[in-house]
Design a protein around this ligand. Structure first.
Ligand code: A2P
Length: 270
């Protein structure tokens, strides 16, 4: 396999119409989770919560996967939170990138997990599992989110405790951020649970909604379509099951062109 990740090599070989960006930092969390940051093209605009196609040149061809942008729209750099799959077509190579390496990015961001796709409300729930936290890492650092909602609740459920680290560090840094720290300290709540190890709150988010534990822990009333809004990002099964629960509670799915009470990630791939 010939994988190009040096800026000069990519400049020579990359397809037209893709940005070539330089990786600025990489942090590995577990054997299968890492974060990387990269430069942001001056002309690149996106809405917090959107995703973009990220890729590498592998054996002479560009290979892309959809990645939620984890940084907010005001950030100078772009951040991504990724899985590492040992034989994953892209992530087996992407996980090896180092600062100074280059990656490809397609020019057009898109996505359903944006504030504009929700009708106004009092409280927004951002339900995530695994790397499904990424779009919410963007949204909880965006002042618009706090302008729109009085309470912002991010739930993150993982199999193992160490997989929560990215989110725990992120929320702490967000609460201390000079731009949005004050808003986040007042309005942001982070709810974590783990399914396959001991942890203070054990269980899938779907079960914790249905048995009421989520609301007990947060000290809030059960879901109310008049004031509660939702965003969902996780595996296909998680999306399906969480969506069914929100619908049972009387919330309707919205889209960019038809805002409603909740939205589901439509392009999320592991
Ligand atoms: P579990 O350990 O009970 O399968 P995955 O890596 O498979 O996407 O899982 C990430 C987290 O999402 C795990 O904690 C997992 O719980 C949970 N999960 C998996 N499927 C669902 C589902 N259908 N609804 C809610 N949570 C789920």
């Amino acid at each position: 396999m010939n994988v190009l990740s040096k800026p000069a090599d990519l400049e020579a070989a990359a397809p037209a119409g893709a940005f070539i960006q330089e990786v600025t930092s990489v942090q590995h969390y577990t054997d299968h989770l890492f974060k990387f940051r990269m430069t942001r093209p001056a002309s690149f605009r996106f809405r917090s919560g959107e995703f973009v196609m990220i890729g590498l040149m592998i054996d002479g061809k560009p290979l892309y996967r959809a990645y939620s942008i984890a940084s907010p729209s005001w950030d100078e750099e772009l951040e991504f939170f990724s899985i590492k799959v040992p034989d994953g077509p892209l992530t087996q190579y992407l996980q090896k990138v180092q600062p100074g390496d280059a990656v490809l990015m397609k020019k057009k961001p898109t996505g359903t997990l944006v504030n504009d796709a929700l009708v106004p409300g009092k409280r927004v729930y951002m339900f995530s599992t695994g790397t499904g936290l990424a779009p919410f890492a963007s949204l909880i650092r965006d002042p618009d989110t706090y302008e729109k909602f009085d309470e912002v609740i991010v739930t993150h459920t993982c199999r193992q405790v160490e997989e929560l680290r990215y989110g725990l560090d992120l929320v702490e840094a967000t609460k201390n951020d000079p731009l949005i720290g004050e808003l986040a300290a007042e309005k942001l709540k982070h709810f974590t649970s783990v399914t396959r190890e001991d942890y203070p709150v054990k269980g899938r988010i779907t079960d914790l909604i249905e048995n009421g534990r989520l609301f007990e822990e947060l000290g809030v009333p059960p879901l109310d379509p008049a004031i509660d809004r939702g965003m969902i990002c996780g595996s296909m099964d998680m999306l399906r099951d969480t969506k069914a629960i929100l619908e049972k509670a009387g919330l309707h799915e919205g889209a960019n062109n038809k805002p409603a009470e909740f939205v589901v990630e439509r392009a999320f791939v592991g």
